[in-house]
Design a protein around this ligand. Structure first.
Ligand code: ADP
Length: 545
């Protein structure tokens, strides 16, 4: 027997239809790339996204064609996504922080026919366009007054392009399983791989994100996604905000502490999301300028482990609750969210921070399990850690063009490459990426735990821990520290500080101070580069072995 409900395909552009119908006046406020603050609303965005779809259609863009975007978070980028989706094409966000060789690789691999670019990246494309033979047209996302003289192939000014159509367009009818978007993983090993989202996966994922135990946005929220749309599907915010009717504040190219602070306060933002490195800059700014965050209720932190001291600073000093989240490009991206179930409700102080160090519990539509190296499932006891695997309707089943071959195990689970434990209440905690785990005498040391504790020291701005070769133990941890300005913590200070916070055999064998820790294009500590930098480092304990 079949259900007797309507067949209403889950299509992404239905989300902007909904926002226009139910929340037409909710504002989208952007720091434009040209400078001034720009204000619009869901009703106007809807009208302009129809124009984008119509203009792409007029150009001959077909269903499934890839349209690259290299752009900051602004209203233009946001409406362009919906226009691309509504004509049945596929948005392909390109991360400008990648190296030119990687950019060339992914734009060619993705076979982007059109590239929409912000003014910021015009010089970059002028340099690399000769290596991008498949890009037929560059659309510069600006108005006539700011349109540069450019050598870009068939360069078009975005606002002129929209003025050439009347917006009288009907969204394409599509299969909900059709491709909607593409985002390449940063490819720390091998070439970047293309993750391909479908309309259905984006809609389901956004619904899964929207429940109160997850992002829980409402029409009373004003959300500031600092996380760019080109990071891991923009953490769902381009869909979950209009789906919930939340207003949006989009930071454009201004990601520094002062610019973010200005938007958070003047636009009365209630919830914001970004990686820890962004929040490190904001907290330093708040400290230096004696800033306050009276309207901000929640800060979502993910992409890398959120240090305990960061959670403490936001909550205890600035009154904004921290939601620690974990996910990955291949998961659309949300995998877990650390909201408090009744089992942990009412916790305070250190006990609360202990729980918030965890990456949290999975939403409906994400199944997660942990396994040992022989693929035996491990217990949820909050201690035993192993490889974290996931399954669900918004988790990748393969990479674009089948790069990397089969990526699911016999039961359809995807290995995240993360190592984690899960407690009795379903709270998962990442202890490492499997390739970064430090193997000391056959046991694993969690580099993330030690790093998180080390950055709690008042003289430490950032810390990383890597395994360095040791004659007796295979590997022992080396602590790498970037000090706060004007401070020079000693190794003895750090050992004293860490002594009651980590197991004694996790204590680093040595410490080095450096000016800057290298980060990946998505804000993660580049462990591979650090391992390369310190591959010949001789630990003082090596002699004693
Ligand atoms: P990339 O392109 O850099 O691989 P992803 O966002 O896909 O970007 O990276 C996903 C990985 O980031 C996860 O597998 C995990 O290792 C790490 N990560 C994400 N969120 C967290 C978190 N809250 N704590 C620790 N690690 C995290």
């Amino acid at each position: 027997m079949q259900g007797l409900m309507q067949d209403w395909p889950l299509l992404c552009h239905r989300v902007i239809d909904h926002a226009k119908t139910q929340h037409p006046n909710r504002e989208i406020i952007s720091r434009s790339v040209e400078g001034p603050i720009h204000r619009t609303n869901y009703s106007k965005i809807h009208a302009r996204s129809l124009k984008v779809a119509q203009a792409l259609d007029k150009m001959g863009i077909q269903e499934g064609d890839r349209i690259g975007t290299m752009a900051w978070n602004t209203w233009r980028h946001f409406e362009a996504w919906y226009g691309i989706l509504g004509v049945g094409a596929v948005y392909h966000t390109v991360n400008p922080r990648l190296f030119p060789e990687q950019l060339i690789y992914i734009i060619n691999h993705g076979e982007d026919r059109v590239m929409m670019t912000d003014l910021t990246f015009v010089p970059l494309f002028e340099k690399i366009q000769e290596h991008l033979p498949m890009v037929e047209t560059y659309i510069v996302m600006t108005d006539r007054d700011h349109m540069p003289d450019t050598s870009l192939k068939n360069a078009i000014c975005y606002e002129d392009w929209l003025n050439d159509v009347d917006g009288d367009f009907v969204w394409k009818e599509l299969d909900e399983n059709a491709a909607a978007g593409m985002c390449y993983t940063s490819g720390t090993t091998g070439n970047p791989k293309g993750v391909v989202y479908s309309h259905r996966s984006n809609v389901l994922h956004s619904m899964a994100c929207s429940v109160p135990d997850m992002l829980g946005l409402s029409s009373n929220d004003i959300a500031l996604p600092v996380v760019p749309l080109f990071h891991a599907n923009g953490w769902s915010l381009a869909f979950s905000a209009p789906m919930s009717g939340a207003g949006l504040v989009l930071p454009g190219a201004g990601m520094d502490g002062a610019s973010i602070y200005e938007l958070l306060t003047t636009e009365k933002v209630t919830v914001t999301a970004a990686v820890p490195t962004i929040w490190m800059m904001l907290l330093q700014y708040l400290e230096a300028e004696n800033g306050k965050l009276p309207d901000l209720q929640r800060v979502v932190i993910g992409g890398a482990a959120c240090p305990r001291a960061m959670t403490e600073a936001f909550q205890n000093k600035y009154g904004a609750h921290v939601d620690h989240a974990w996910g990955m490009t291949e998961m659309s991206p949300l995998g877990s969210f650390c909201s408090l179930k009744p089992e942990y409700a009412g916790l305070e102080g250190e006990a609360l921070l202990d729980i918030q160090e965890k990456q949290g519990h999975a939403p409906f539509s994400v199944e997660m399990k942990i396994f040992d190296d022989e693929d035996n499932e491990l217990p949820w006891d909050g201690k035993t850690f192993g490889r974290l695997k996931v399954r669900g309707p918004a988790v990748s089943s393969a990479y674009f063009k089948n790069e990397g071959g089969e990526i699911l195990d016999a039961n359809g689970f995807f290995d995240t490459g993360d190592v984690a434990h899960i407690d009795a209440h379903g709270y998962m905690q990442i202890t490492d990426r499997s390739k970064d785990v430090i193997k000391s005498g056959g046991e694993w040391i969690s580099s993330i735990d030690v790093e998180n504790m080390a950055v709690g020291h008042p003289d430490v701005a950032e810390a990383a821990v890597i395994g360095v070769a040791h004659p007796k133990w295979d590997e022992r941890p080396l602590l790498i520290v970037v000090p706060m300005e004007g401070k020079t913590p000693s190794f003895d200070d750090m050992k004293d500080y860490l002594s009651d916070k980590i197991a004694s055999w996790w204590m680093p064998d040595d410490m080095v101070i450096i000016k800057e820790i290298p980060h990946t294009a998505t804000g993660k500590i580049q462990k591979m580069e650090l391992r390369e930098m310190f591959k010949d480092h001789v630990l003082p304990t090596a002699d004693a072995a």
